[in-house]
Design a protein around this ligand. Structure first.
Ligand code: AMP
Length: 423
């Protein structure tokens, strides 16, 4: 038997309802805050990711699914969404009527990481991107939305971590100080960090290897190197978060894996996920639009790990399972042919309807209706055909009424809808 690819997964009926419920809540929330949906392709030219994410990042260096297509062009399965959203913003000149645009997108991402619980090679993200807004208050609003979404999903054990990554004016100064420090502790670093030390020193800050963490205890903090503007910006973020009563922690190790981040960076972490504690992350990427050949417009956004949300959401998947409102139990060929038409028409009326098309006994059909959690069963057999009525049984109260076959679809809809709208 052929099995799925390692690190990939199926989302089966029974699980998918939770994904749908979360998606619905997230979409409604983002739309309430003025975000519009944008759908971007799953593959892009490799160059887009290499340029925007940065050649010296783990993602580009070793995690991307990159291959030549049949003509030899290098293409990559997207490892994240921001680069594509910015590409679309530029390609379609979406900034021309108004540079301020807010987009969200939901879909799969691909990274060839080592699979483990909470970490997959195909995983899903809910992304939000705000283009054209320089004020740090928009960063605060993004954090606010993330915290609100967690509350709506009954996720309680969360912490907002924030940091500032400085800007092209002040970051080089910090990089220098950090590089000097890293040289002094090089012998204590893991093999990856010895390499990062030279090529991407900021990444050493968030290495999870215990010996690296210990060696980095005395590392200089980026907060101490911020220029006046970045400092002011960071203070505005903290004051606004306090005003909104959002608990947060300044985390000087929070650097994120992507090169294009600047100034405010944030992560929502949870204690409920074990090693993979990040539920969502994001921050400001002011240089990216220009880097990709556009005007010098700021950008900021976040990515939520959808898989991780489903693992910690307090919603009950069993309660979310769609149950048929009506199950049609038909007995005999003539009844079945007639009931099949009711089935089609009731479905079209928006009543979730299920029917057994085989030649089963009433008992076995009732059992199946029960198992599916149907609200009503509509019963029709030879006797009912003769009487010109069918029986509608309320599966909860067990009350049964005869309904004339003439006009049955409208009548069933009326009864079921009235029952559902009762408090
Ligand atoms: P990033 O794009 O790396 O900033 O990640 C944003 C969020 O996506 C993280 O906080 C995780 O929740 C989620 N995420 C990233 N990589 C994976 C993965 N391999 N498997 C599952 N979720 C992931």
């Amino acid at each position: 038997m052929i099995q799925l690819i390692r690190g990939f997964k199926d989302i089966l009926p029974g699980e998918v309802e939770l994904w749908q419920a979360i998606e619905k809540i997230a979409r409604a929330l983002l739309e309430d805050f003025g975000f519009k949906e944008i759908r971007i392709p799953i593959m892009e030219r490799t160059e887009l990711f290499a340029r925007s994410i940065g050649e010296d990042t783990d993602i580009v260096e070793k995690e991307m699914y990159t291959f030549p297509d049949r003509k030899g062009d290098l293409i990559t399965l997207r490892p994240e969404a921001t680069a594509s959203v910015v590409r679309a913003y530029l390609q379609h000149r979406l900034y021309a009527p108004d540079p301020v645009q807010k987009y969200y997108t939901i879909g799969p991402m691909f990274r060839r990481e080592r699979p483990q619980k909470g970490r997959y090679r195909q995983f899903y993200q809910i992304n939000a991107e705000v283009l054209g807004v320089a004020s740090p208050l928009i960063d605060v609003q993004l954090i606010f939305i993330l915290v609100a979404l967690c509350a709506k999903l009954a996720i309680t054990d969360i912490n907002a971590h924030i940091n500032s990554l400085g800007c092209p004016d002040c970051r080089p100064r910090y990089r220098e100080a950090l590089t000097g420090f890293l040289a002094s502790i090089a012998a204590e670093l893991c093999a990856d960090c010895r390499r990062r030390r030279v090529r991407n020193p900021l990444r050493v800050l968030d290495c999870k290897v215990p010996s690296c963490r210990e060696a980095m205890g005395e590392a200089p903090s980026i907060i101490d190197s911020l220029c006046d503007e970045c400092q002011r910006d960071f203070e505005t973020v903290q004051a606004a978060l306090q005003d909104l009563k959002i608990p947060f922690r300044v985390d000087k190790r929070l650097v994120r894996g992507l090169d294009y981040y600047a100034r405010t960076t944030f992560e929502i972490q949870t204690g409920s996920l074990g090693a993979q504690s990040a539920v969502a992350g994001g921050g400001r990427y002011d240089g990216l639009v220009k880097l990709l050949g556009g005007p010098d417009l700021p950008g900021t956004g976040f990515a939520i790990g959808f898989d991780r949300l489903t693992e910690i959401a307090g919603l009950n998947a069993a309660d979310l399972l769609p149950k048929p409102k009506v199950f049609i139990a038909a007995l005999g060929e003539r009844s079945r042919a007639l009931a099949f038409k009711w089935n089609c028409r009731l479905g079209l009326q928006g009543l979730r309807v299920e029917m057994d098309l085989g030649d089963k006994s009433l008992k076995s059909q009732m059992k199946r209706a029960d198992r599916l959690g149907a609200g009503y069963v509509l019963i029709v057999g030879d006797k009912e055909l003769e009487d010109g009525t069918a029986l509608l049984r309320n599966m909860q109260s067990k009350a049964q009424v005869a309904i004339p076959i003439e006009g049955i679809v409208a009548k069933v809809k009326e009864v079921v809808t009235a029952a559902n709208s009762r408090p």
